[in-house]
Design a protein around this ligand. Sequence first.
Ligand code: CUA
Length: 323
Amino acid sequence: MSAFNLLPPQASTLAPAVDRLYLFLVAVSTVIVGIVVVLVLTYIIRYRHTVNADRRQPSLQNLPLEWGRIGTLAVVFLVIFFWGAGLYFRINSPPADAKVIYMIGKQWMWQVQHAEGVREIDTLHVPVGQPIKLVMTSQDVIHSVFIPAFRAKQDVLPGRYTALWFEATQPGEYHLFCAEYCGTHHASMVGKVVAMAPAAFASWLAQRGPEGARRTLATAGRAQFQRLGCMGCHGPQSAIRAPNLAGIYGKPQPLRTGEFVIADEDYLRESIYFPERKVVAGYEPVMPSFQGQISEAEMIEIIAYLKSLANRTSYDLPEEIRP
Ligand code: CUA
């Protein structure tokens, strides 16, 4: 690394686009400050005390100047608006094929759960050249994940999932910060992102994977599902008491209120912790809350399990991730 950098390295697909807008804003500001400085200096010299200048009231009418000023500013601000809005939508629209990695913030560490079953603390390994979508929640207070080299930042909130996506372009190690004051050791809530070539990432996963048994997030979630006795009500046999959960992920669910809700991560989490809030049409609000019985980490496993059943009609895990 060179001794002095104005900006962190550009290590994601979005980084150059964010920097271009940022530099444009700096350039516009510089031009305006430059105009002000030049005018101040010009008038200081032209109207200084000892000079016998024309000091009569100038005419207050100059329509071409007024319209020119209004028009120029309007164009500049509209350029900033459309440019910024376009970038905002890009930053907030993860590609559909993005690889999902779950992350939990807690005082004061980052806990990462890969779909393949690997867990890590304060370190996030990702492959380069593939869009990654972090699905995140907090176990206590508000945190914020910030990866300067990727120009990526997103608040991590207790009680809901937020997402952040990026695609790393260069292998290397990059800072991972908490960017929201979250208590005494906020400053030490730092880690690193390790971006690796896809082959190196695959072998890292294989090495770190749980010995022998393929305990993926989904299989772990299936074990939770059995441990908690979810099958007792949600099983195919007992569909009178509770809906079958196979195949619901990502699809609209009709509620008793007549509304529809997409069965995404947030809805599943909410329905497990607060079952009475959004009851599915045709069922009674009889499910007990599992608050206090399921940690956020276990919740992510259960959601990964239900997600793996997205295109199925039974509770069997899909072939490719069966242990
Ligand atoms: Cu977590 Cu600051």
